[in-house]
Design a protein around this ligand. Structure first.
Ligand SMILES: Cc1ncc(COP(=O)(O)O)c(C=O)c1O
Length: 318
């Protein structure tokens, strides 16, 4: 029994995969982030970014929260903002975010503003939070924050509270749930908050645990160990740079839409896990990694969100 729905963020289940792993000696475990109240791992960072800003005195009652997001962060900020009584305005690139996702945010009472992306080729970069398609809405957030003292921009791509949320909750939960016994951690990169935070927690626990990053083949943010997106002070880079500069990932694997979608379907049909397409990508890679491991070794991965966000458009996005 809890006084607030916000107390049900985190502490998600960790489940052993049993069918898609047939023939493998090593174990693969999946952390079910769609158990978070608004349906994704971003509830953790929305809560942490908002509460850290409140503690720092830069977010006060009556202020408006803004963010540029094409996906789950938009929904999570709308959800946490609603519970805490903030107005939330989300700037999304026109024609990129699905109508379904926009309706979810509006259902939590948020305002959704479409930002015109003039360059059609930029729209193709739909896949990733760090991609060029989000830079124009981020410029709008920056301008709103500069012009109006009542506006606070969450800045998930560079806000330290993003990685901290995962370090202190997701990472610690994985260590606790596995009794500290795991060999490899696999996660998709969007802002890279999950990977950076969990990698820090695991490294402090046991530096021999390997970390594997996963990216959509169609819209990579990291290539040949360097960020592929332009790094613009205040608008891009952020946590992604921590991955490349500190070489946080031992390996970075690109996964196609086809492979990610095929595994997403198998997870629902064979394991009963109704997770989104990046979950399929993560498990696809986790199985490749597990193939090279022996009996008793353990791979842990993340299922970031729910399949019900991909009923009309199935695509590997982060
Ligand atoms: C569906 C999905 N998978 C994976 C990720 C990756 O998370 P992160 O931003 O922490 O790298 C995100 C968010 O970016 C996401 O929305």
């Amino acid at each position: 029994m809890q006084h607030s729905i916000l107390n049900y963020i985190g502490n998600t289940p960790l489940v052993k995969l049993s069918k898609v792993t047939e023939g493998l000696e090593a174990e693969v475990w999946a952390k079910l982030e769609y158990f978070n109240p608004s349906g994704s791992l971003k509830d953790r960072i929305a809560l942490r970014m908002i509460e850290d800003a409140e503690k720092a005195g830069i977010l006060k009652p009556g202020m408006t929260i803004v963010e540029a997001s094409t996906g789950n962060t938009a929904t999570s900020l709308a959800f946490v903002g609603a519970v805490k009584g903030y107005k939330v305005v989300l700037y999304v690139p026109e024609g990129v975010t699905s109508e379904e996702r926009i309706r979810i945010c509006k259902s939590y009472g948020a305002e959704v503003v479409s930002v015109d992306i003039k360059d059609e080729s930029v729209k193709e970069q739909h896949g990733v939070h760090g991609a060029i398609v989000e830079l124009i809405p981020r410029e709008v957030c920056l301008k709103k924050e500069q012009e109006d003292p009542n506006v606070w921009w969450a800045r998930q791509f560079s806000n330290p509270s993003n990685a901290l949320a995962h370090e202190e909750t997701t990472g610690r939960e994985i260590i606790q749930q596995t009794g500290g016994k795991l060999d490899v951690f696999v996660a998709s990169i969007g802002t890279a908050g999950t990977l950076v935070g969990v990698a820090r927690a695991l490294d402090a626990h046991d530096p021999s645990i390997r970390v594997v990053a996963v990216e959509p083949k169609n819209s990579r943010t990291i290539k040949d160990g360097k960020p592929k997106v332009p790094i613009i002070e205040g608008l891009s880079g952020g946590l992604l740079l921590e991955v490349t500069e500190k070489k946080l990932a031992d390996e970075i694997v690109a996964v196609s839409d086809e492979d990610a979608i095929a595994m997403t379907h198998r997870l629902a049909e064979e394991e009963g896990l109704f997770c989104g397409v990046s979950s399929g990508a993560n498990v696809h890679v986790a199985l490749q990694v597990a193939k090279k491991l022996g009996k008793g070794q353990r791979v842990v991965t993340i299922l970031p969100d729910s399949r019900n966000r991909y009923m009309y458009v199935e695509r590997y996005t982060t």
